[in-house]
Design a protein. Structure first.
Length: 223
């Protein structure tokens, strides 16, 4: 099938991101990215929740700086697999999309939110810092000032506010987020796959460059 659906399936833990789940995400993205029959990927959460973040059971076993770096490295690898996947990746978001869950969604290319979705990064409530892209991808998407407001306050925002600030692409009635993502995916699946891959790479890499260098990079992709 041209559209692959990845489900974060830990409903008893609000789809908390364990190290095992993050490893499986990374592995699945690699496999599906190399599958010529798959043209678009959709990531969703089970049981009307996207993800509430890192699994606290895993984090409770982290007792050193080195171990913290290793754990965050696993998370960074999963996010990098999404960004490096040569196909569009859409996050279909319902319910809570918090901290690590939001960091995972930020790595996706497109975000579709149910009107009942809630977003936030709560790290400062417990004296930690978002370490899986929250301080970097969020300001690149919504601007530095809005990102700091979310990071400083730890308050949740609703789907309409997330859309207003550019955090999500679309807001749809509850229960329609996956259907809408699938409709968008079918459109993308009809486009030239190499063109989509180059466009994704040009945007993702170019956003980290000065404009002149990014324009040169763009020309290099098209030549």
């Amino acid at each position: 099938p041209p559209v692959a659906l990845l489900t974060l399936n830990r409903p008893d833990k609000y789809n908390a991101l364990s190290l095992e789940l993050l490893e499986r995400i990374r592995s699945a993205l690699g496999e599906l990215g190399a599958d010529d029959e798959v043209r678009v990927l959709i990531v969703r959460g089970a049981a009307k929740c996207f993800s509430t973040g890192m699994d606290l059971d895993d984090m409770s076993r982290v007792t050193s700086v080195a171990e913290t770096q290793r754990v965050l490295g696993v998370f960074r690898d999963a996010n990098a697999a999404i960004e490096r996947c040569p196909k569009p990746v859409i996050a279909a978001i319902s319910g809570f999309c918090l901290t690590g869950g939001l960091e995972l969604a930020l790595a996706c290319d497109i975000r579709v939110a149910a009107e009942t979705a809630r977003f936030g990064i709560t790290s400062a409530r417990i004296g930690s810092v978002a370490g899986a892209g929250g301080t970097q991808r969020l300001p690149r998407l919504v601007g530095a000032a809005r990102a700091k407001e979310l990071l400083f306050s730890c308050e949740f925002i609703d789907a309409q506010e997330a859309w207003r600030i550019g955090l999500v692409n679309r807001v749809v009635p509850a229960g329609q987020e996956v259907v809408t993502a699938e409709t968008m995916a079918r459109v993308y699946a009809e486009r030239a796959p190499l063109s989509l891959w180059y466009a994704k790479m040009a945007v993702n890499v170019g956003m980290t460059m000065p404009l002149d260098a990014a324009l040169a990079f763009e020309i290099g992709l098209t030549s």
